[in-house]
Design a protein around this ligand. Sequence first.
Ligand SMILES: Nc1ncnc2c1ncn2[C@@H]1O[C@H](COP(=O)(O)OP(=O)(O)OP(=O)(O)O)[C@@H](O)[C@H]1O
Ligand SMILES: [Mg+2]
Length: 358
Amino acid sequence: MNTIDIQAEWEQVVERLKHDAKICIVLGKTDSGKSTFCKYLIHRWTDSGICVGYVDSDLGQSTLGPPTTVGLKIFNSPPHQSDYANPPHLHFVGNTAPEGFLLQTLHAVKIVVDKSCQQGAQITLVDTTGFIDGPVARILKLYKIEMLRPQWILALQEEYEMEHLLKGYEKTGWPVIRLACSKHTATRSQAERQRYRGEKYKAYFKLAKNVECSIHKVVFPSCIFGTGQKIHPDELPKEAGIHGRNHLYLEKCGNELLIVADHMDESMPFYKLKGYFSVTSIVLIERQQLKDLLVGLNDENNNTLGLGTIIDLDPFAGKITLFTPVSDISKVATIRLGALKVERGEREYGRIRVIQYL
Ligand SMILES: Nc1ncnc2c1ncn2[C@@H]1O[C@H](COP(=O)(O)OP(=O)(O)OP(=O)(O)O)[C@@H](O)[C@H]1O
Ligand SMILES: [Mg+2]
């Protein structure tokens, strides 16, 4: 804590909120010093005997746990830097930014903040992403605030960049404390951010192994896989257009037809299939695209047991092979598909939407 620039107003915040806050949320643009300020508050509050729950909802540059998750750690005494490693609670979101994962982000933050309060944190401090610009950020942050109902919103601003958010909060009665960013904040390049994420994945997947999981025991909430009626292409008449394509896995449920194919085949008569099966959507998964996809492994109570990457999904054998540090795979009830590819549990190399609706 000695090497940081402690602003004069920070001390006032410590005292003012000490006995008057159950939930506080810290907002600010990227590299505004949110996480540094959170660490300072944790240090000061725990030093005066307050139990603090730190909820790290920064999905990209997480302090707690691997990227793509919301983490929680409860502190009863001033932590050392190493105490921010291995948080006991993680909730998988699926991306390093909330875009495309707004519901998952909100849901994860709510679950983790509730857990912090249930576990006795006197103050729950929510660190956030630097996603503050534009209408989507405005909506996400407003819903987050309305859902968490924080006693205080702590806003780190360089100039007026968050006024489009803050004025609205104040008009609707949310208490805001504006703080200036320290002149000593440092910006990190995209390459540095990616390297940091790589280190986080590497630490997380250090003890990971390849494990097999039966797909009959798990649910994939983002698609109908395992919930419908399997169809063998050989059982179909010629007019369906895919007779004899035995490498295709087909499953129909409701208005959707799922096709798991090795790769996209432009010659596949998707529109014919729609008509033949009387479905409104064809859901296509290219098996090869699943390789290295980051997934969340949740138990039946929707607690994230851990993360994994997909080695292979074999729909015919009914199994999915994962690279994961989760030791008891039998507890996995749902597999949540993320949007990132992470090679050997350390190198993030792409963003993808593996489920295509045609
Ligand atoms: N008060 C401060 N004194 C000295 N250095 C600081 C201070 N605040 C932030 N920094 C430095 O600035 C950089 C960014 O700070 P920090 O990680 O806290 O920002 P952030 O808003 O959490 O960033 P992100 O949006 O990436 O999560 C870090 O290198 C940090 O050490
Ligand atoms: Mg941060």
